[in-house]
Design a protein around this ligand. Structure first.
Ligand SMILES: CC(C)(COP(=O)(O)OP(=O)(O)OC[C@H]1O[C@@H](n2cnc3c(N)ncnc32)[C@H](O)[C@@H]1OP(=O)(O)O)[C@@H](O)C(=O)NCCC(=O)NCCS
Length: 207
């Protein structure tokens, strides 16, 4: 039998991405700078969106998420109230399901705060949000299930399923599924009647 000398079977170390809340205003500013740099043109640190986030930090920091790889911030998802303002991983971390994971984590955090609808403006990457269950014309929305005691138990399970992201290891289908399908598998449903986001109330994610 012939040996294939050109092929190496060295194991590849998994990349570990940790998604967590920002823990200080300095971290919020750092995460904003990293995410802002992902846009073209880049969103500068003096942008009004950062002022809004800083103002809302005390009550809404559970909606201010960063993602770290090897201890370095490489992206995040930042918002407040029922609005996602800015989301993005660095290019080296794209196409691996991290954007989806960030958005799902943001959605669960919003559900925990009792939000029934999430809003965003997406001039860029609109297809990404449509893919993840958002709908609308100039601004995009997604209905979230109402909180209840039963759902609280289910949400905890959902949070465990979403967790952090390891690329290079097997990720369960459930954990990689879209939030609506996770909601369904957890017996959580969102009623379309809950969708009520007037277009003019939406603060934009971009632009
Ligand atoms: C858009 C962005 C957040 C996507 O992040 P990502 O980590 O590459 O996305 P994921 O790997 O999680 O992709 C999830 C799904 O969305 C799809 N997708 C990703 N970007 C897409 C796009 N621009 N248009 C349509 N679908 C897209 C993926 O194909 C994948 O689909 P699947 O269900 O078939 O697997 C990332 O490209 C980015 O940060 N861009 C620059 C900043 C930006 O535009 N941010 C969003 C506005 S706030």
């Amino acid at each position: 039998m012939r040996e294939d000398k050109g092929v190496s079977s060295k194991p590849v170390a998994p990349e570990r991405y940790i998604i967590r809340q920002v823990s200080s205003l300095d971290e919020l500013r750092e995460a904003f700078a990293v995410i802002g740099a992902q846009f073209s043109p880049p969103i500068p640190p003096e942008d009004k969106r950062l002022d809004d986030l800083v103002r809302r930090y005390p009550q809404d920091r559970s909606l201010m998420l960063l993602v770290q790889r090897e201890g370095r911030i490489i992206g995040g998802a930042l918002g407040f109230g029922s609005t996602l303002r800015i989301l993005g991983p660095e290019p080296s971390a794209r196409g691996k399901g991290l954007g989806r994971r960030l958005l799902q984590t943001f959605e669960v955090a919003a559900m925990r705060l009792g939000m029934r609808t999430l809003n965003l403006g997406a001039d860029e990457a609109k297809g990404f949000y449509l893919r993840l269950g958002y709908h609308g014309k100039s601004s995009l929305h997604k209905e979230l299930p109402a909180p209840s005691r039963v759902q609280d138990v289910r949400l905890k399970r959902l949070e465990r399923l979403i967790g952090n992201l390891e690329v290079g290891q097997t990720v369960t289908t459930d954990a990689m599924g879209q939030v609506p399908s996770l909601f369904r598998s957890e017996g959580i449903s969102a009623s379309p009647a809950q969708a009520s986001a007037p277009e003019d109330s939406v603060e934009r994610c971009i632009g």
